[in-house]
Structure formats: C-alpha cells, structure tokens
Design a protein around this ligand. Structure first.
Ligand code: ZN
Length: 333
C-alpha cells in the first residue's frame, strides 16, 4: 500500500460480517448528467465463520455472458449455511462495459483486463482494477474470473490456468481447473499478459482459474450449464461449499506457443474450413479470406501451424488485417 492514496471505491457491504449481503462497490464518477454521481457495481458477500475466501467475477469484458448469468444466479441462491468461509461475487466486474454490451468501458475505453494493477487516481477502469488489486485480492484464496470470446471470438468451452514460474502454485491452479470440470481444460500461455488481472493475482500467490466458455456476444444453454456446474465444483474443491463435486470428464488442451495463434494478414470475407473442436494436421486450411473489392481474386489461405484441433475462431463474417482468426490447441490424450 506504500505511497498510493486510498481507493475512492466505497463498498456498501462489510466483508467481515456473517450472512448474506447484497450491495455495491460505489465508485464516484462525476459527469455532466450526475455531478456527484457514482458507478454502482453490484456485489454479494456470503460468509459463514472462518475458512477460505473465493472471489468470483464475470464481465471483466462486458460482452461475455456465461459468467454474469452464473454469478447473478449464484448470488441470489447461495446460503451461508451451505458454506464454510466466504464467497465474494461480482457478476459484472467492468460494470460500465457490461451495461453497454461492449468489451471495453464506454466511459474511458478501458480494457479492464489490460488495466491491472490499476490506479486509485486513474480513470474509472483503472480505479476498478486498483480496488481489486489492493482490497479484494488480499482477502482471497482462490479466484475464478469468467471469460468467453465476446463479440469477435468463439471458443471451445474450457477452464484454464497459466503456466507459472511457481510450480507449486501452478499445480494448485491446474487442480482447481480440473475440479471446475469444463469439457476442456487448458494450460495457457498468454500472448499479451501485461496488465492482466490474472497476472496480478498470480503474482500475489492466489490460485487463479479463468475460462473461455463460448462467445459471439451471447451465451448458449450448454455453456451456461458448464459455468453453473463449474463454479459449484470449484467452491467444493476449495472446501467452501458443502457436498461432493459433481464428477466430470475433461480433456486437457495445450496452447504451447505463439504458433497456436493465426492472424489475418488482409481484410475480407472469412470462410471457415474447420469448425470448433475439429482435428486438423499442420498445413490444413483453417479458413480462407476472400477479397471483397472485386470478383475474380483468389482468397488468402490460413493454414494450421501444428497438429491439433481448432480451439477458437473469429466470429463475425468479415475480418480486418490483424484480427485473430484461429487458435489451435493440442490434445494431451
Ligand atoms: Zn474476456
């Protein structure tokens, strides 16, 4: 906490109180239509005695929906007598982005998952990040941060943790991912880890589980079921929720290097040649990008760089140069 000023965020809940509290993280945001206004981020705290703390978040990116659905539902239904310890639920972490249905905040264009560790005197998004870094993460043992692909990507449903320098922490994180029990479990290498919530929590020694459960700016019945089952399983695995975890089978997927990611080198109309979960061999065509300025031109071919399966794809039908158009994974089994 050294020389930083205190966070301007004022919680309306008491994190030390037993029982269920529904309240807000109130973040002052003075603006034209509300001189002394605030951003009101919904939060639920459920606590029963002493025990581990889980911090559960959705809508770190505002256009990803399985997390908010599972967590608004859990916040409404979880009872103190079902747990030992504490569950802190924030269904929509970047609340302005969630309300706008956009990945980043409409207030400051902030991408919350690139804004960590945050700043108490920064913009609204940086103030949210700072509150998590200095106030919520220190209370926490295990973190679950739900993601999906948002409006521009679609994923095979997986839970994931990162390959970490601290191998003991990495093993605990992978055990938590297995307990979550998504159809796929991923050992992730980040291509852009600077400023991530994940990295901040992991550096503090917290078990951090993330997900990619679908995408396209919506959700599906199957991916919502995976989210609800996964959060309950993780809370049981962590010794917080009573009852045995539902047994699940999961397949381990590796994303071993930057080679897993394919990016469009030109704009155009994308023709998928492989669907999510389909196996491919190195050199197979994953997608073709058709030029749309005139007829008669050959499409660009995007080829698999390794043997594996298609784990993620670009979602909208048109691509721009630089868009991520495919992510490959390799199966462990
Ligand atoms: Zn996301």
């Amino acid at each position: 906490m050294t020389m930083l000023p205190p966070s301007p965020v004022a919680p309306t809940v008491n994190f030390d109180r037993d029982g269920v509290q529904h309240g807000f993280l109130r973040l002052p945001y003075s603006r034209d239509d509300s001189a002394w206004g605030s951003v009101m981020i919904p939060i639920t705290v459920v606590k029963n005695g002493s025990g581990p703390t889980a911090l559960l978040t959705g809508a770190n990116h505002g256009d990803e929906y399985e997390g908010p659905i599972a967590l608004f539902d859990l916040a409404r239904t979880l009872k103190p007598e079902q747990i030992t310890g504490r569950v802190i639920i924030i269904p929509a972490m970047n609340y302005p982005a969630f309300r706008a249905g956009t990945r980043t905040s409409p207030i400051d264009r902030g991408n919350l998952n690139r804004s960590f560790p945050g700043k108490p005197n920064g913009n609204v998004t940086e103030k949210i990040a700072d509150y998590f870094t200095r106030y919520l993460l220190p209370l926490t043992d295990v973190v679950l941060d739900f993601h999906s692909g948002g409006r521009t990507l679609d994923f095979l449903p997986f839970a994931a943790a990162h390959i970490l320098p601290d191998k003991a922490l990495e093993a605990r994180a992978f055990a938590a991912v297995a307990a979550f029990g998504a159809p796929y479990s991923t050992r992730m290498l980040e291509i852009d880890s600077v400023g991530m919530y994940d990295t901040t929590a992991e550096t503090m020694g917290k078990v951090f589980v993330t997900t990619e459960l679908g995408g396209g700016g919506t959700s599906r019945a199957e991916t919502v079921r995976i989210a609800k089952r996964g959060v309950a399983n993780l809370l049981r695995h962590s010794g917080i929720l009573t009852g045995a975890a539902e047994p699940v089978t999961t397949r381990w997927l590796d994303m071993p290097s930057g080679e897993c990611f394919s990016f469009a080198e030109d704009e155009g109309l994308i023709e998928p040649c492989v669907d999510l979960g389909e196996g491919v061999r190195r050199g197979d065509v994953l997608a073709r990008i058709h030029p749309v300025g005139r007829t008669g031109l050959a499409p660009l071919e995007c080829r698999a760089t390794l043997d594996g399966l298609l784990a993620a794809r670009h979602f909208p039908g048109l691509v721009k140069a630089g868009d991520c158009i495919a992510v490959m994974g390799t199966l462990d089994d």
